[in-house]
Design a binder for this molecule. Sequence first.
Ligand code: SAH
Ligand code: SF4
Ligand code: F3S
Length: 443
Amino acid sequence: MKEDKKFHIQTMGCQMNERDSETLAGMLTGLGYSKTENRQEADVAIINTCSVRDNADKRFFGTLGQLKKIKEQRPDFVVCVCGCMMQQQHIIDRIKEKYPWVDIIFGTHNIHEFPQLLRSVTEEKRKIVDVWDEAGEIIEGMPSKRLYKFKAFVNIMYGCNNFCTYCIVPYTRGRERSRHPGDIMKEVRDLVADGVREVTLLGQNVNSYRGMSEKGPTDFADLIYMLQEVEGLERIRFMTSHPKDLSDKLIQAYRDCSKLCRNIHLPVQSGSDDVLKRMNRRYDRAKYLELVNKLRAAVPEISISTDIIVGFPGETEQDFEDTLSLVNEVGYDSAFTFLYSVRKGTPAAEYEDQVPEEVKHRRFNRLVDAVNTHSAEKNAAMAGRTERILVEGPSRHNKKTMTGRTDGFKVVDFEGDSSLAGTFCNVEITQGKTFSLVGRLVP
Ligand code: SAH
Ligand code: SF4
Ligand code: F3S
């Protein structure tokens, strides 16, 4: 066998997948492979897929098509596909029929089996489909190769019980399972010992975290208070927070815990009560706005971002106007906007009153304009302030510029040396743009 074996991983979708890819990279490193950014020279290629919207599906099949050429030139090239799409039988059927040269298909619940699956393929030249319908026990202590040295994702729970009617995630990630608080604390302490200064706690709905420690039940806010005490850890973030479960205790934690960043991603999805009901979100507009007010009363400088879906089945012009007015009322720092996408197997896919594409697009454009106006205003208002940022490294657009993030999760570009990566710096904001800030290093 070759000495310098290489792997390539392409990750689609959310932070859950990014975290899973770090685990896969960790396992491959343990098997003696090294990472490459060039798939052409890889011995093993993995595509970690997302099924949240149709364009993610399309992108996956496009990429898979391209891999066929490499496979034809080098039959030993191992092609693996995993992630959320593989939890859907119709996708597996399509791969088997149209892309039979794929070597390994595995799912979101059996990542830990990957080294065994790979061995079977490389040693026995088999094709493998191994997808579990349900999650087993949470497996602790898996290896990981992090994307950044100084910041890390930490899963606190897996799965989702909410069944929003448009969403595929509960079907691809299974039911909610919370990790033991002790395991989370150990992981964070180990990360800090390894140079990590910022952790992002991950879960589809972190507010429904339910752990059990020696002291009794531990909820999400308890976990924040526990992490506040970890010496050497400087920043705590989390994703994602469901409005229906956001507690007063968590809002209080923002006041008590200096390490908890003044930022929240609080997906609203729609500003219309009627649409929210049919989405099965289990809060209404008034409740959502009340949360925003409470958060701002407790932490005036908090930055708030959201997710919004346009064109959910049955969305009327008035429903859409309600979303626009909510966006204007809240004045988000930023928002991810999505065109509703039919997901096979979800209740909303069966709804008959689907919104025509051109109507969806028209509304989408109006929404994006409103969202961007607020982002630009919020960012412009930051000019003149001095912000503490965690420097991430050279900017993607301009290698001479460094980029970092404020406590409020805003991107700041500034002139600085690449040796600053991974450190905290004070930067005076000189300009606020729509999607980022420009600053000047304060000595
Ligand atoms: N668990 C998180 C988000 C999961 S998916 C939460 O509840 O907020 C990320 C975002 O994708 C969702 O917030 C939603 O806005 C969007 N999304 C999910 N399913 C979608 C669909 N079928 N069509 C369009 N957008 C969708
Ligand atoms: Fe999907 Fe809703 Fe669960 Fe988020 S809370 S993952 S949108 S079902
Ligand atoms: Fe996509 Fe799965 Fe995340 S569907 S958004 S990768 S949980």
